[in-house]
Ligand binder design. Structure first.
Ligand code: NAP
Ligand code: MG
Length: 405
């Protein structure tokens, strides 16, 4: 078989620990034999980030904006223990946070559904994708303890020095607490555009929920900005595709989600997204089966697995032991990136390769061949537990058949 040609390189962001090992295996076993792989390589492994004072992360994000499609391996976000372990010059910031800020993007997380692994909610038949606004609100708050007999006010000073004041509360009967939060029209608009674009891209219904009945200025602003952008920029496209956008209250959305069949995108404010994404991903079964894509408002994409670097497995690997780490979400990051690149560059063979690669993963799992994390979740068949290397080989055999290679 002749290798599939690419036109534009993918931006490849390598990472850390067990996922870095699996990354290399995926390329060697499942990609390079079939695709004439073109990437612009950035090593986001912690060692290289430290050597470059984290410039490599910034450069990789800039490359993602330039080329339009990136694929990222999981990376360590350093804490105090990692600073020691890697002898770091500084406690470098989360690469995902840096990349998200540069791409002004929104993260969409979706589970990979497999026969035999049933979601905890029996009505859920199709994936629920969560989009979380990753700016502001309680994550950039300012908060204080307030003593008794003090009063708290909201004060806004405009550029001419004029003050607008509003009483929050007079703490006459008890001490208490106070919190100030904010958001930006521009960030809310970017979030909305990312979500509308992703809905069009994946032809799915889009929900957005907040609490505008209680928060008549703050949450209402979100609702209004979304409505305006929808009307002016996306409504016609949505109608043409037969998909729908609707706004509802957050508590109504939660009730509807639990009764739904899935198959839609649920856009959430920052805090709601933090909480609900953990609920939804747990209810779908396994962190190792969750994909993640960062989408910028002007349609640039960075694909990755939602899980981390699987440190515990890496230490086993370093001792020479075999591990049964699940590579599926990382494989789907690659297939997602190839499919998008293929669509952008009009390369149907590359899109087909992405489909067949995912198909080969499903074939393998449907035959009951799985990694350890999935074995306990599978019902209706007696699964066989494979090591990562054996599992990748099994996928390769099925991919080979599908591609007629
Ligand atoms: P993790 O790497 O996701 O692993 C947590 C546990 O989940 C693992 O110990 C393993 O459980 C299970 N697991 C996760 N992915 C798996 C897979 N592919 N196959 C099999 N089991 C899997 O999270 P963490 O241990 O909290 O974080 C480790 C490092 O990853 C940290 O340095 C963190 O900063 C980083 N991180 C990076 C990202 C990212 O780059 N997007 C995201 C999250 C965390 P068992 O040990 O029980 O087998
Ligand atoms: Mg959380």
């Amino acid at each position: 078989m002749e290798k599939i040609r690419m036109k534009t390189p993918l931006v490849e962001m390598d990472g850390d620990e067990m996922t870095r090992v699996i990354w290399k295996w995926i390329k060697e076993i499942l990609i390079e034999p079939y695709v004439d792989l073109k990437t612009e390589y950035y090593d986001l492994g912690l060692v290289r980030r430290n050597e470059t004072d984290d410039r490599v992360t910034v450069e990789s994000a800039e490359a993602a904006l330039k080329y339009g499609v990136a694929v990222k391996c999981a990376t360590i976000t350093p804490n105090a223990a990692r600073v020691k372990e890697y002898d770091l010059k500084e406690m470098w910031k989360s690469p995902n946070g840096t990349i998200r800020a540069i791409m002004d993007g929104t993260v969409f997380r979706a589970p990979i559904l497999v026969k035999g692994i049933e979601p905890y909610i029996p009505t859920w038949k199709a994936p629920i994708t969560i989009a979380r606004h990753a700016y502001g609100d309680v994550y950039k708050n300012s908060e204080m303890k307030v003593p008794e007999d003090a009063k708290a006010e909201l004060v806004v000073t405009d550029r001419d020095g004029r003050e607008t004041r509003q009483l929050i509360h007079s703490f006459d009967t008890s001490p208490g607490i106070v919190q100030g939060i904010h958001n930006l029209d521009a960030s809310i608009a970017s979030f909305a555009r990312c979500a509308f674009r992703y809905a069009v891209d994946t032809k799915q219904i889009l929900w957005f929920a907040a609490k505008d009945t209680i928060s008549k200025t703050y949450d209402h602003r979100f609702k209004d900005i979304w409505a305006e952008i929808y009307e002016n920029e996306y409504k016609a496209q949505f109608e043409q595709l037969g998909i729908e956008y609707f706004y509802t209250l957050i508590d109504d959305a939660v009730a509807r989600v639990m009764r739904s069949e899935g198959g839609f995108i649920w856009a959430c404010k920052n805090y709601d997204g933090d909480v609900m994404s953990d609920m939804v991903s747990t209810a779908f079964g396994s962190l190792a089966m969750m994909t993640s894509v960062l989408v910028s408002p002007d349609g640039k994409y960075e694909y990755e697995a939602a899980h981390g670097t699987v440190t515990r497995h890496y230490y086993k690997y370093l001792k020479g032991e075999e591990t049964s780490t699940n590579p599926i979400a990382t494989i789907f990051a690659w297939s997602g990136a190839f499919r998008k690149r293929g669509e952008m560059d009009n390369l149907p063979e590359l899109v087909n390769y992405a489909d067949q690669l995912e198909g080969a993963c499903f074939d393998t799992l449907n035959e009951g061949l799985a990694t350890k994390d999935l074995v306990n979740l599978m019902e209706g068949l007696t699964p066989k537990c494979l090591t990562s290397a054996e599992f990748l080989k099994a996928i390769r055999e099925r991919l080979e058949k599908r591609l007629g290679a």
